[in-house]
Design a protein around this ligand. Structure first.
Ligand SMILES: Nc1ncnc2c1ncn2[C@@H]1O[C@H](COP(=O)(O)OP(=O)(O)OP(=O)(O)O)[C@@H](O)[C@H]1O
Length: 708
């Protein structure tokens, strides 16, 4: 690990100024930043105007060798009591005082930032610190939430319940018509079905948008579950990311004032009314503190908790219905479990204190990796529904034009994205569960900025050990061990006959994971194959896994877009090697002795019983040859096929009889013979019921076939 981090995280090595040999190793700057020699170098080499250059070093304080107490992101920070602040505030809001020879900036609400003895952050020659530039991010005109009933604070709980249930019923009917062959006039074809599914998926996205935050968030979560939903739905739901309407600035201001308990003007020197982003659960506004610090304020949509309470009550009933329904894979899927997981995530995501703590923990995890940046949380301006963060603008990781225009190194970005994720999964165990391109950006020095810590996953040490076993079993291509690890991870349910599962796993190991350098598979195809194999098998992917798989596929996609030469395997190889070494080292000692003893036992048993076994086989062969032994073979597959054919035959007869009686009924009814007509309709009804039952039996047989 040290080697990997050393090769990528060495702070000084990457410093452009250092490359030029113009500054001493890891210098600490404070007031001495404006040293003439340094200014001259910067002016000559990079053509920076003096004022901006000075500002840059004031703000870019990321690391210090000082023994002074540091803030969580490496900034020197000092808390000042509220009393002291109020004293200084009473004369005027006092900014720019010097404390211990360092510049102290008081925010007016109990906290102060002291910046001293600092090392300048990594510098690219093209651009200075974007925080010092005026706000440049293009503000999109976001649609307003005014037309949506869920945005109205006083919506009616009964009306909401009716809206939710009519959506569920319409979806049910649509899915029925999409999946049943008889519902296709002019004959069923796979293309027709695909088209219909696509239409249903677009309809679903629109409906979800109309139903508001709870459903938008659930839709976004579902877009990670290719194991549960058809491809068309997953793709459509992924589009929900950028289609969320914003709420009015007045609502945002009122809400902040209510949550933080002070008027906006007192809280901030400036507050931008137009949000820079609107998401399902909140929106982000830029602002400036009285000490001049640029920040962002993430404001939650008002009334979310109330809406969640109503929606989740209904969703629980829906999950229970899904659990009973065969169409939704009832018994083989844990819909109640999925509901509970979603409810936990939703409530967690509206707790911004939790998000702030996550950000702090994530920042701590990466404190030694200088190319990962996590915005600082301003706790004095944070409450359960308002989160204030250091403003860390960057170029979104998928904005190729801007990345090129700023001269960033594309291949470095893609490998850093993957590497930072490997560190989360394999080292720290605390990972960002939603690393979509909106949540990753590049800072001026090429560092990777992470945003949004509402949804984080954790891999506990027990799980990590099991994952290590799984990884080793996959490396050895041992299907039995893979299954054992999956069972221990609760990703596979042990059932009576596991032979078909073992076959699938072995197939996956032998074929899908075989990688030669020229036919390297992408992670997303491996993920898709994995989900395809898992369909109708007793696999259950805990959300942690699906999040990890989705995250890696997303990052891999970004990697390929950024750099055609990108190779996940190359980036992950040192990590994989390290894991294998770890596992081999673990096997030393007791485990190795155990393994040798087990193998010795096996060898002894087989050696002793071998002559007896050979003798038994010989006896069988002789009996077969002499005709004393007859083998009766039951081919269960054929028996099932025959049973299915019989049912289908009966179904055809029911259709013909039902159809005929229906015709007779219509004819008599039009000619006034109502009694005969009613009798015919009744008969037709009976046959149609029998037809439906037959279809159900066929479906059950098909399902059973897939499970064994
Ligand atoms: N500290 C920050 N500095 C600069 N921009 C930020 C910061 N935090 C957030 N943003 C901007 O706001 C956008 C939305 O932020 P964030 O993802 O935290 O909101 P969200 O409501 O959780 O959104 P979603 O759930 O859709 O990811 C980010 O994509 C980024 O452009």
């Amino acid at each position: 690990m040290a080697a990997i981090l050393a090769s990528h995280g060495c702070y000084c090595r990457d410093l452009q100024f250092m490359d030029h040999g113009k500054a001493a190793d890891c210098l600490s700057f404070s007031g001495s930043i404006s040293s003439d020699k340094f200014q001259n170098v910067a002016r000559q080499e990079y053509g920076l105007p003096a004022a901006n250059r000075f500002l840059r070093f004031q703000v870019n304080v990321r690391q210090t060798e000082s023994s002074e107490k540091l803030g969580t992101n490496g900034r020197a920070a000092k808390m000042v009591s509220t009393k002291e602040v109020m004293r200084s505030k009473s004369s005027s809001i006092n900014m720019g005082e010097r404390v211990n020879g360092s510049k102290q900036v008081v925010n007016g609400y109990g906290a102060s930032l002291v910046k001293r003895n600092t090392v300048p952050a990594l510098v690219t020659p093209k651009i200075k610190d974007s925080k010092d530039l005026p706000f440049t991010e293009e503000l999109k005109v976001l649609t307003s939430d005014e037309g949506f009933s869920w945005a109205n604070d006083n919506y009616n709980s009964l009306q909401r319940t009716i809206d939710v249930w009519s959506f569920v019923l319409s979806l049910r009917v649509r899915i029925l018509f999409d999946s049943e062959k008889w519902a296709y006039l002019g004959g069923f074809t796979e293309d027709k079905q695909k088209n219909r599914r696509q239409k249903t998926a677009s309809w679903l996205r629109e409906k979800v948008l109309q139903l508001g935050p709870t459903f938008i968030k659930l839709g976004q979560l579902s877009s990670t579950r290719s194991d549960l939903f058809p491809r068309e739905y997953v793709d459509e739901l992924a589009k929900l990311q950028d289609r969320v309407p914003a709420f009015s600035p007045k609502k945002a201001r009122d809400f902040i004032e209510k949550e933080l308990g002070a008027p906006i003007d007192l809280l901030f020197k400036e507050f931008e009314d137009r949000p820079i982003a609107a998401a399902s659960l909140g929106q982000v506004h830029r602002a400036v503190l009285h000490n001049g610090e640029k920040i962002v304020v993430k404001v939650q949509r008002p009334g979310l908790k109330k809406l969640f309470d109503i929606d989740l009550r209904n969703l629980k009933l829906i999950a229970e219905y899904f659990q009973r329904s065969e169409t939704f894979g009832g018994p083989t899927r844990d819909w109640i479990g999925i509901y509970e997981e979603c409810a936990t995530i939703l409530y967690q995501e509206i707790d911004y204190i939790n998000e702030g703590k996550n950000a702090d923990r994530f920042r701590r995890d990466f404190r030694n990796v200088k190319w990962v940046r996590v915005p600082l949380v301003f706790w004095d301006y944070t409450a359960t529904k308002v989160l204030t963060l250091e403003y860390v603008p960057g170029v979104k990781i998928n904005k190729l034009d801007m990345i090129d225009a700023r001269g960033y190194d594309r291949s470095q970005i893609s490998s850093r994205a993957i590497e930072s994720y490997l560190i989360q999964i394999l080292k720290t165990g605390f990972f960002h569960a939603d690393p979509h391109p909106g949540n990753l950006a590049i800072d001026v020095d090429g560092a990777l900025i992470y945003y949004d810590f509402g949804m984080m996953g954790e891999i506990k040490s027990f799980t990590r050990e099991r994952l290590l076993d799984l990884f080793y079993a996959v490396y050895e291509k041992d299907a039995k061990k893979v299954m054992q690890s999956l069972i221990e991870l609760e990703a596979l349910q042990p059932t009576g006959d596991m032979s078909s599962v073992r076959r699938s796993v072995q197939f996956f190991l032998d074929n899908l994971l075989s990688q030669t350098p020229d036919q390297e598979q992408t992670l997303s195809t491996i993920g898709e194959d994995l989900f395809a194999i898992a369909t109708d098998q007793p696999f259950r992917f805990p959300s942690t896994f699906t999040f990890v798989i989705r995250a890696f596929s997303t990052l891999e996609g970004i990697g390929y877009t950024l750099d055609p030469e990108f190779s996940f395997v190359k980036i992950a190889a040192p990590y994989a090697q390290e894991l294998l070494d770890l596992k081999k080292n673990q096997q030393n000692g007791t485990q190795l002795v155990e393994e040798i003893r087990r193998q010795a036992n096996d060898a002894r048993t087989y050696t002793i019983s071998m002559p007896y076994r050979i003798q038994r086989i010989e006896e069988f062969v002789k009996q077969l040859e002499s005709g004393d032994l007859k083998l009766r073979v039951r081919v269960l597959e054929s028996e099932r096929a025959a049973r299915k054919a019989t049912i289908l035959q009966m179904a055809t007869i029911y259709t013909v009889l039902g159809g005929t009686l229906l015709n007779v009924g219509i004819t008599f009814s039009s000619q006034g013979g109502q009694v005969i007509a009613n009798g015919s309709f009744l008969g037709a009804g009976v046959f149609l019921t029998l037809l439906l039952r037959s279809m159900q039996r066929v479906r059950k047989l098909d399902k059973f076939e897939k499970m064994i």
